[in-house]
Design a protein around this ligand. Structure first.
Ligand code: ATP
Length: 232
């Protein structure tokens, strides 16, 4: 992948690459998302209207620019219309979020993600045509509720009513193959993978024998995986 710096040619315009993302709004959510993208090898253009935030992120993202994303000219000058993927991580200033989303949709950005702070905010973003609306606080609250409730070490809701949990192996299922344990039949969940101590994760199959100290990833209906995580 060519370096991002070549995107700034002699002209003031830059051409975004396929594997690059523009993140607008570098608050707690936007900055951690942008840093994680950089860590994963994606080139990131970060945009924020606050000079202090731009300063603090300088050098940590591929490029960080101070601009007001509600201004079409600013987005055009930064060649945002060339990006395939843009994330709007502005929450509190709902008006700025909506104006930015409206401009990006008009610019026909193929994939726009936006953070919403309320149902109404999310609904407007969806109506504008934003492809993925996310509710970080609400989603994290729901996720933590499941962690607080049960013995799950981690919890991920894949869809409404269907989840994946990371949990320890109940005593009754240790020392026998998964085929013999009949977990799917008896508990309506599937053990997808396991990890022995600090070893790598391995896919589980019917011949897998689990032991004390193993960790498993279990998928199935939310209620069933929660019940499974609570077994001792
Ligand atoms: P978080 O919860 O992610 O920390 P926050 O609630 O603190 O976010 P938000 O109001 O959601 O802050 O804004 C996130 C960032 O978006 C801020 O750093 C803010 O400066 C930036 N921002 C707000 N409006 C604009 C805009 N019009 N153009 C560019 N950046 C903006």
């Amino acid at each position: 992948m060519a370096s991002f710096s070549h995107l700034f040619g002699a002209s003031s315009h830059r051409i975004a690459e396929a594997d690059s993302v523009a993140v607008i709004g570098l608050g707690r959510f936007g900055s951690s998302l942008a840093l994680e993208l950089v860590d994963a090898g994606t080139e990131v253009l970060g945009i924020d209207s606050d000079e202090d935030i731009v300063q603090s992120m300088n050098g940590r993202l591929t490029q960080v620019v101070r601009a007001d994303s509600t201004r079409r000219e600013a987005l055009e000058q930064l060649a945002v219309p060339e990006f395939d993927r843009v994330v709007i991580a502005i929450g509190d200033d709902v008006q700025a979020s909506i104006l930015t989303a409206s401009l990006l949709i008009q610019m026909r950005i193929p994939v726009v993600w936006a953070k919403a702070v309320s149902e109404q905010h999310g609904l407007i973003l969806e109506q504008l045509g934003v492809h993925h609306v996310i509710y970080p606080e609400k989603d994290m609250g729901r996720r933590v509720a499941h962690l607080v409730r049960g013995a799950a070490l981690d919890y991920l809701e894949i869809d409404r009513g269907y989840a994946l949990v990371k949990t320890s192996v109940p005593e009754r299922f240790r020392g026998v193959t998964l085929g013999q344990a009949g977990i799917r039949r008896g508990h309506g969940v599937t053990v997808a993978a396991y990890r022995r101590g600090s070893a790598e994760w391995s896919n589980a199959d019917t011949d897998t024998v689990l032991h004390d100290g193993d960790t498993v990833l279990v998928v199935g209906p939310t209620r069933r995986v929660e019940e499974f995580a609570q077994l001792r």
